[in-house]
Every structure is written in structure tokens, then in C-alpha cells.
Write a protein that binds this ligand. Structure first.
Ligand code: ZN
Length: 502
């Protein structure tokens, strides 16, 4: 079997058949770096990580490109005036838009590392691809798909592209109706969208163009950067369900006339994360950022576990209860694995290699050819796990099989090997030592009691400090923990382990 994914464009679950043998090219819409990524954004980014791990599990290399949107796309402010959020943030925080973008980009990388997301090979920035965007816009004008207005704006004429609406299922008439009353007067058709906008007064981010000084529309950046970094046709495009329209609809309309069809073979979209009783906003939500969960004493991988309990195309509820349940589920998996004892350093049951971020020259097809001498029962568990992952990433079933494996009537070495092999895809660091003998939910009273008084809070604060790259604070907290008799060991993968001081 091979990995199958739900393609939004054809509305079918299709196999991933690499355009280039043994290698998949994948583009993911990345963060907009004028604010922090919230946990809902991270759920979307996790989808790409799971696709990548599932393909690596099959021995298929993945070239992953994720863009950084560092030129603010237009949003209407409270007065209905169009504003650039990057500039708004700049005004609010008294820093240049470049400084703001750099700070939020660094925070994005720290947040994704907390969730064990494999770094993409390329993170192209929109502001570094303006010439690519200008070239595409000129081509689209030349082909008759775009027009310049006297105001210095360039719009894409959606009526010139017969496939417009195929991705989102919108008809042009519905779209026109939806635009009534808020239309730029220089548009020929209310459904047309901007490729280039003339810069108004006071705009900091502006570039010269054949049509005067201005700035690009949001959608053209992804057409330009995917073409630049992955070529005209690639295998998979991911994003959140909110990207289907208009972002990806417009991306297809822009790219298709130039590359001869939709640039990606599969368009895969993740469903939203919902907050029970809470709006996911900075003002209303405590749990907007992953670092806020960490500060509250929650293992960030408990959030990853929570995401795995639902299929990516289904809405998922984030609440204190769902998160506590996930933390408990993760802690019990780790405790059961730890209960199987230490892995042998050599022989057939040496732990299988962990997933690596860098390209591997010779990847094994672990999904079909496990490297260990599995029994019949062990092979069955392994095959069922691979089949669940291949079935459009059925992670809830995959988690259940991991739990079943831990309790199976099999030698401890075989169970441990199987579960560590599964963790290659799950990415939950299941072999991470837990800081207490008794399995307990992080944040629970049992968890706190197993550590000296105050240690859990210091550990959480230190994890948060490390995520912010606040090394002096992290070192100070390490000393405070040492004074309580707790030694902290930082592991090469960026996580930490707490041990009783000998
Ligand atoms: Zn995009």
C-alpha cells in the first residue's frame, strides 16, 4: 500500500504517486509573521509534518517548502479602511516591520520545534521574491488573464480562467453576489482579485514595478515561491481549510495558465481547531500559543497527541478537558513503554532509527520491510499500523494500535521495537523518560507530588524560557532545580529530562 490523501480539488482520496521517483515535493502555506502562530495554526502545520513522516516511513524522500508571509496582506480595520497588519503591528510595538517579521519568524520556529515538527528544507520569504512575483504578473497580463487599472492596481480577471471555483466549489455568480457593496471601483468584475496594489502614502513596504510603486497581493507569493523552489508541477500542497478560498483558488488561477494546469497534484487541507467556549483570539483565549500551554505545565506533545486523536479533516475541540485527556493518554503510553525496560544496545531489537530532518541518502521502506525479525503477531500489528497511516492518515486508529501493541502477548523487546517504530510517524517522543515513577498527567496533583515541591513549576518555566531562547533564565532555573535535588538533562532533540540528583 501507499499513502492516500484526500484531495480537495477532485474530492477523492488519492494515492501519493511521486512525480519524481522516490521523492515527493510538497509546498505548505506558512505563517504570517506579524503575530504569533496560535495552536490552530500549529494543527495545520502538523498536517504537513504527518504527511512527511508517513512518506519517509515508506522510504520516500520529501522536499518540503514552507513560505513565510512577511508582507502583510490587506485586512480591513474597524473603520473599513484597508490596512497592512504588519504596519499596524509596527506602529503598536514601535519596531520596524523587518524587526517584527524576524521576531515572529523566530517564534514560529521555536513553537514548531516544541511540537516535533520537522523543519522544512526551505522557508522562502515573500519579501525576497518580489522579482519572481513581478515576472508572473507580467506573464499573466501578457496572456490576457490580468489587467492594469488607471489607479496602478493589477487585477486577475477571474472570468478568463474556466476552472475558477473548481477547488472551493464556488460559482462565479455566487462569488460576485458575495462581493456586492465592498468592491474596489477600478475592478472590472467584483470577483477579480489583486495581483499588485499601488502603494498609498505612508506605506513602508513598497517596491518599484512596471506599474508604479506598490506591493503584491497575498496569493501571488505562493504561486511565485512554489514555482521558484519546487518547479512548475509538484506533488502536494497543504494548508488549512480557510486557505481553500480564496487563497488556493486564486493560486491555481494564477499558476495554471503558466504551468499548464494546477501546480500541485494533491491539495490537502486540515480542519480547524475549535476552542470550547473560547474564541481563539489574543484577548479572549488563554491557550492561544503553544508556549502558554507549556507555561501552564502541559507537555507540548500532549497537544500533538490531542491532534492525533482526530483525523486531520475533522474539526477538533481544544478544551481543558480534551487537553488533560490527551496529556493522560500520552503519559500512559510513555509509562507503559518505560515499563518494558531498557532497549538493548545491539542485536535485532536495537531501537529503529528515529526520523531525521535532513534528507537521507538511502531511506528504507520501513512500512513494508521492517528491519526487525517480527513474529506473526508483531507483523500483523506493524501492518495494521502502516495501513491506518496510509488510509488518509487515520491517526486515531494508529494511536489505538500503538496502545494495543504495548499490551500485546509478545516479548518486551518486540513490543518496544514496534512502538518506537510507530513513533517515527507519531512523533510523540514515547521513549522520553517521565520525571516520576508513577504515570501522571502533567499539571495533575500526582505529577507534582512525585517531584519536590515547586519543581514542576520551575521545570515548566524553564521549558518556556528555552522556547523563547532566554538562556540566562533557563540557566538560573536549572540552578534553582538543582537546589531542590532535581537534575535537568537537555537532550539533543531539544527536550529535557528531569532526574533525581545523585
Ligand atoms: Zn499560500
Amino acid at each position: 500500500m501507499t499513502l492516500r490523501l484526500r484531495d480537495t480539488l477532485t474530492r477523492a482520496v488519492l494515492p501519493v504517486e511521486p512525480l519524481e521517483a522516490g521523492r515527493v515535493r510538497m509546498y505548505s502555506c506558512g505563517p504570517t509573521v506579524y503575530r504569533y502562530a496560535h495552536v490552530g495554526n500549529l494543527r495545520t502545520f502538523l498536517l504537513a509534518d504527518l504527511i512527511r513522516r508517513a512518506l519517509l516511513y515508506h522510504g520516500i524522500d520529501v522536499r518540503h517548502v514552507q513560505n513565510i508571509t512577511d508582507v502583510g496582506h490587506m485586512r480591513a480595520d474597524d473603520t473599513g479602511r484597508e490596512v497592512d497588519p504588519m504596519l499596524m503591528a509596527a506602529g503598536l510595538e514601535g519596531r520596524s516591520s523587518r524587526e517584527i517579521a524576524e521576531a515572529y519568524e523566530a517564534a514560529f520556529h521555536a513553537d514548531t520545534a516544541l511540537l516535533n515538527l520537522l523543519p522544512a528544507q526551505e522557508y522562502p520569504r515573500a519579501t525576497e521574491h518580489i522579482p519572481d512575483m513581478l515576472a508572473l504578473i507580467e506573464q499573466l497580463i501578457g496572456l490576457g488573464h490580468a489587467y492594469l487599472t488607471p489607479e496602478g492596481n493589477v487585477y486577475y480577471a477571474v472570468a478568463t480562467f474556466p476552472g475558477y471555483g473548481a477547488l472551493s466549489g464556488n460559482s462565479l455568480d455566487e462569488l460576485r453576489a458575495g462581493h456586492r457593496g465592498e468592491v474596489e471601483p477600478d475592478k472590472h468584475d467584483p470577483a477579480d482579485f489583486a495581483l499588485w496594489k499601488a502603494a498609498g502614502e505612508g506605506r513602508e513596504l513598497r517596491w518599484p514595478s512596471p506599474w508604479g510603486e506598490g506591493f503584491p497581493g497575498w496569493h501571488i507569493e505562493c504561486s511565485a515561491m512554489a514555482l521558484r523552489h519546487l518547479g512548475p508541477r509538484f506533488d502536494i500542497h497543504t494548508g488549512g481549510e480557510d486557505n481553500v478560498f480564496p487563497h488556493h483558488e486564486d493560486e491555481i488561477a494564477q499558476s495554471a495558465p503558466i504551468v499548464g494546469g494546477p501546480p500541485a497534484r494533491l491539495w490537502v487541507h486540515g480542519a480547524h481547531l475549535l476552542m470550547s467556549g473560547r474564541k481563539m483570539s489574543k484577548s479572549a483565549g488563554n491557550f492561544q500559543r503553544i508556549t502558554e500551554l507549556v507555561e501552564a505545565g502541559v507537555d507540548p506533545l500532549a497537544f500533538r497527541y490531542l491532534c492525533l486523536t482526530a483525523r486531520y479533516a475533522r474539526k477538533l475541540n481544544l478544551s481543558d478537558a480534551s487537553l488533560a485527556g490527551a496529556a493522560g493518554g500520552l503519559a500512559s503510553l510513555r509509562a507503559e513503554l518505560a515499563g518494558l525496560g531498557t532497549a538493548p544496545a545491539n542485536g535485532p531489537w536495537t531501537p529503529p532509527p528515529a526520523v531525521r530532518a535532513d534528507d537521507s541518502p538511502a531511506l528504507a521502506d520501513r512500512a513494508h520491510a521492517p528491519a526487525a525479525p517480527l513474529s506473526r503477531r508483531g507483523s500483523d500489528l506493524h501492518e495494521r499500523f502502516a495501513a491506518a497511516i496510509d488510509d488518509d492518515l487515520d491517526t486515531p486508529i494508529a494511536l489505538r494500535i500503538a496502545r494495543e501493541t504495548l499490551r500485546a502477548q509478545l516479548p518486551e523487546d518486540e513490543r518496544r521495537w514496534l512502538v518506537l517504530d510507530m513513533d517515527f510517524v507519531l512523533g510523540l517522543d514515547l521513549d522520553r523518560a517521565i520525571p516520576s515513577a508513577a504515570p501522571a498527567e502533567p499539571g495533575s496533583s500526582a505529577f507534582r507530588e512525585a517531584l519536590p515541591e515547586g519543581a514542576a513549576e520551575l521545570l515548566a518555566a524553564r521549558t518556556a524560557a528555552r522556547a523563547k531562547h532566554d538562556w540566562p533564565a533557563a540557566d538560573r532555573l536549572r540552578d534553582e532545580l538543582r537546589a531542590l535535588g532535581v537534575e535537568v538533562v537537555d537532550l539533543p532533540d531539544g527536550t529535557s529530562e528531569a532526574r533525581a540528583l545523585a
